[in-house]
Design a protein around this ligand. Structure first.
Ligand code: IMO
Ligand code: MG
Length: 426
C-alpha cells in the first residue's frame, strides 16, 4: 500500500519540507492535509532557498502532482503569490490541485486573529496572525466559505453577506473597527483570485484515490506538528487543526488502511515559537548559544524561537499518537559545537519520576527534566553522507534516541541543502 505520512513530532519547524522533498523522489503525489499559510517549509536546492507556506513541498519535482487537500485552509492571495514566486524561478505550478471543499481564509479572519492576540495581551497564544484559528472556527461553526463557493458568484455573495454582518458586528463592538465592505471582498476573491484558482480546483478525494488505486506512491505532508495539534497538543497553545498522522485521513479523504508508512520528523533538540509549556526549555546563555549556532528564527515570521534539549518523554507519546513506523532526525549538525549534549529521558514531577507525558497539563508545567548527558562530537557533520562519516559520539546520540523512543531512525539531516543527509538504512 503506497500511502506515506510525514508528520512533525515536536512543535513544528522540524524540517518537514526537506524530508518531504527527499522522499518525493519516490512519490508521484504530495498532499497537504491540514493547516494553511501558518506553515513555513524550507527547501534548499542548488543554493536556491524555497519557503513554501501553502503549496506542497513536492512542487519542486516535475513528476509530482501537488495537492492541497480539503483539510487545508486556503488564503488565495498567499497561494497566488507563492505560485508567482515559483514560476519566476521556472517551476511549473499548473500541476497543482486544490480541493473544492477546502475553506477560504478571508480578510476578516486575518484581522480578527491579529486583534484577538492584541486583546489577549500577555495571555496571547503567539499565533502567526494568519487567520488560521478564525477560519477553522467558522468551518466548525458552519459559516465558512469554501473554495468551491468561488465557482458560483451568486452563492459566494449570499454567503459572504450573511457572515459579514456577524463579522462586522464583532469588529465594531469588540474591536472598535470599521466594517468590511462586501463589494471590496467579493471583487478581490471573484475577479482577482478566481481566474488564477479556477483551473486548479478539483475533486481531490477522487484524485488521491485514483492515484492510490493505480499503485502510485502518495505522500501526505503534515504541517505544524504533534504538540500543536488541537486535540493532542498543549492546548490552548496549539494550532486549530489536527497535524497528527490521523489528520491525513480527514484532511485528504482517505481511510486509515490507505496509510502504510508514517515518518516522524524531529530535530535533535526542540524548538517552539509562541507561548505554552516546554519542559526542556533552555534559558539564558545556553539558549542564546543554541539559537546562534542553529539560526533558530522563524522561516516566515522571523521570530526568535524558544529552544531546548531533546525530550524523549514527549517523543514516546508522539510515537503512539502517530503510530510512527520510523523517525527522521533533522538538523543534528546544529549540535556540532556542544561539548555535552543532553537528552531528557523522564521527568521529575512533585518528587516522583515520571516516564510518560502527564495528561494533566499543570503537571507538565511543573515537570523537571531528568537528563542523560552524552559527550558531543565537536566536529563538522555537514559533509557527512554515509553512516560511517558520522563520529561515534553522533552514533551514540542517535542510538540513545532510538532506544528511548522505540522506533528506528532511518535518516538524519546534516544541513539545509537537498543532498545534506545521511541514510542510516533499515
Ligand atoms: P511549520 O509547518 C511552528 C504555532 C504558532 C503558535 C500556534 C498557533 O512550519 O512547522 P496559528 O497561527 O497556527 O494559529 O498559531 O502554532 N505555529 C507554528 N509553529 N511551525 C509552524 O508550522 C507553525 N504553525 C503554527 O507559533 O504558537
Ligand atoms: Mg516552519
Amino acid at each position: 500500500m503506497p500511502g506515506t505520512v510525514v508528520v512533525g513530532t515536536q512543535w513544528g519547524d522540524e524540517g518537514k519540507g526537506k524530508l518531504t522533498d527527499l522522499l518525493s523522489k519516490e512519490m508521484q503525489m504530495v498532499v497537504r492535509y491540514q493547516g494553511g499559510h501558518n506553515a513555513g517549509h524550507t527547501i534548499v536546492v542548488d543554493g536556491e532557498t524555497y519557503i513554501l507556506q501553502l503549496i506542497p513541498s513536492g512542487i519542486l519535482y516535475d513528476h509530482i502532482t501537488p495537492v492541497i487537500g480539503n483539510g487545508v485552509v486556503v488564503h488565495p492571495g498567499v497561494m497566488i503569490r507563492e505560485m508567482d514566486k515559483l514560476e519566476a524561478k521556472g517551476i511549473d505550478c499548473s500541476r497543482l490541485r486544490v480541493s473544492g471543499n477546502a475553506h477560504l481564509v478571508m480578510p476578516y479572519h486575518e484581522e480578527i486573529d491579529a486583534l484577538t492576540e492584541r486583546r489577549l495581551g500577555k495571555n496571547k497564544l503567539g499565533t502567526t496572525k494568519s487567520g488560521i484559528g478564525p477560519t477553522y472556527a467558522d468551518k466548525a461553526n458552519r459559516i465558512g466559505l469554501r473554495v468551491q463557493d468561488l465557482l458560483d458568484a451568486k452563492i459566494f455573495r449570499q454567503k459572504l453577506d450573511v457572515v459579514l454582518k456577524e463579522k462586522n458586528n464583532v469588529l465594531a463592538k469588540l474591536f472598535n473597527r470599521l466594517p468590511k465592505q462586501i463589494d471590496e471582498i467579493a471583487d478581490l476573491y471573484l475577479d482577482e483570485y478566481l481566474p488564477r484558482l479556477r483551473p486548479l480546483i478539483s475533486d481531490t478525494v477522487n484524485l488521491v484515490h485514483d492515484a492510490l488505486d493505480e499503485g502510485q506512491n502518495v505522500l501526505f505532508e503534515g504541517a505544524q506538528a504533534t504538540y500543536l495539534d488541537l486535540d493532542h497538543g498543549t492546548y490552548p497553545f496549539v494550532t486549530s487543526s489536527n497535524p497528527v498522522a490521523g489528520g491525513a485521513c480527514v484532511g485528504a479523504g482517505i481511510g486509515p488502511r490507505d496509510i502504510d508508512r508514517v515518518v516522524g520528523i524531529a530535530k535533535g533538540y526542540v524548538t517552539r515559537v509562541g507561548s505554552g509549556p516546554f519542559p526542556t526549555e533552555l534559558l539564558g546563555e545556553e539558549a542564546d548559544q543554541l539559537i546562534e549556532w542553529a539560526e533558530e528564527y522563524g522561516a516566515v515570521t522571523g521570530r526568535r524561537r524558544r529552544v531546548g534539549w531533546f525530550d524523549a518523554v514527549m517523543m514516546r507519546h508522539a510515537v503512539r499518537l502517530n503510530s510512527l513506523t520510523e523517525l527522521a532526525v533533522g538538523k543534528i549538525d546544529k549540535l556540532d559545537q556542544f561539548a555535552t549534549i543532553k537528552v531528557c529521558v523522564a521527568y521529575e514531577i512533585d518528587g516522583r519520576r515520571v516516564d510518560r507525558l502527564p495528561y494533566h497539563q499543570s503537571e507538565l508545567h511543573r515537570a523537571v527534566p531528568i537528563y542523560e548527558e552524552l559527550p558531543g562530537w565537536q566536529c563538522d557533520l555537514s559533509g557527512a553522507f554515509e553512516p560511517h562519516h558520522l563520529p561515534p559520539e553522533a552514533h551514540g546520540f542517535l542510538d540513545l534516541l532510538k532506544q528511548q523512543c522505540g522506533v528506528p531512525i532511518k535518516m538524519v539531516a546534516v544541513g539545509k541543502a537537498r543532498d545534506q543527509f545521511v541514510y542510516l538504512g533499515d
